[in-house]
Write a protein that binds this ligand. Structure first.
Ligand SMILES: C[S@@+](CC[C@H](N)C(=O)[O-])C[C@H]1O[C@@H](n2cnc3c(N)ncnc32)[C@H](O)[C@@H]1O
Length: 291
């Protein structure tokens, strides 16, 4: 909240101190030169008057403080939170009792196209030693090791997810496999929490359709990428009358819509890459335009 003065607490205290100072200085009733009875009556009247004035002053100061707060609140720009494009889609991942083993069994099976083709997919990113890549929505971390090997000891892998349990798992993978160039990052639903122009590449696998705030997430990604940096998106083909019922219900839009959303966010489409074995999935490459 914009604030041009001391905190409200302090202002109130200072206001109180200022009031006391005013009362003490201007309205002192100690007059020793009058007869006692007269002085007593006089003091009583004066005391009532002083109390009354003090109450008025305190009311006035409180009114001014409230007015200032109301004005500064009114002056603050309204930052309405955008609405989720798919409310609830991440509830299972955000559940405090998420069972990671259950997701390992789902994600890390050869019958899953993406898992089966993981080495080919990693190779098609054409990562170079020294590159910095973010695996956004890393899940159980099936690409962490291939990326770590591809960027080598001078490169870095940021494994991002919104689910704390998956981030813990990445920490365990790092320990067990002694990966010295991987950092797990608990990111926000609409914010990667990575520094500007820190990435050569970003990888969003089976995750873009989980973005609840795609516009803000893509703006955050554009900031985090270096000019010329690439983004690879793997997602489900979603074709009415062709795709499975599950896909039609779970994935909010098809390839053309997603491609347009990336282009609207400022990414340039580069190519669609054929991956052997992909039937339900596609691989798109974009770039952040070089300045
Ligand atoms: C279907 S899983 C895919 C995991 C992994 N990429 C894979 O292909 O095995 C989707 C993952 O995206 C994560 N996720 C959802 N929204 C996200 C967001 N806005 N930013 C980062 N991760 C997100 C979920 O927690 C989940 O781990």
């Amino acid at each position: 909240m914009p604030n041009s003065g001391p905190p409200l607490e302090l202002r109130r205290r200072n206001a109180g101190a200022a009031t006391d100072r005013l009362v003490n200085c201007g309205l002192s009733t100690r007059r020793r030169d009058r007869p006692t009875a007269v002085r007593g009556a006089f003091l009583a009247t004066q005391r009532h008057r002083n109390d009354f004035i003090m109450i008025l002053q305190r009311l006035l100061i409180t009114a001014i403080a409230c007015g200032a707060t109301a004005t500064s609140l009114a002056a603050e720009p309204a930052t309405a939170k955008p609405e989720s494009v798919k409310p609830g889609i991440n509830d299972r991942f955000l559940a405090p009792d998420l069972d990671v083993r259950e997701w390992v069994e789902r994600f890390e099976v050869e019958s899953r196209e993406i898992y089966h083709a993981r080495q080919i997919v990693a190779a098609r990113l054409k990562l170079k030693p020294g590159d910095r890549i973010a695996d956004i929505g890393t899940g159980t971390g099936i690409f962490v090791e291939p990326f770590s090997a591809a960027v080598g000891p001078t490169g870095w892998v940021y494994a991002l997810d919104i689910a704390p349990a998956f981030i813990d798992r990445i920490g365990a993978i790092i320990d067990v496999k002694s990966l010295a160039n991987v950092t797990p990052v608990l990111c926000g639903q609409d914010d990667l929490r990575l520094p500007p122009e820190s990435l050569d590449a970003a990888f969003i696998c089976d995750t873009y359709h989980h973005f609840e705030y795609p516009q803000t997430s893509l703006a955050s990604l554009l900031r985090a990428l270096k000019p010329g940096g690439q983004v690879v998106v793997i997602d489900f083909e979603r074709i009415e009358g062709v795709s499975r019922e599950w896909t039609l219900g779970h994935v909010r839009a098809g390839k053309e819509v997603f491609r347009q959303e990336f282009e609207d966010a400022g990414f340039a489409f580069v190519e669609e890459v054929e991956i052997p074995g992909f039937v339900e999935n596609y691989f798109l490459r974009f770039r952040k335009p070089a300045q």
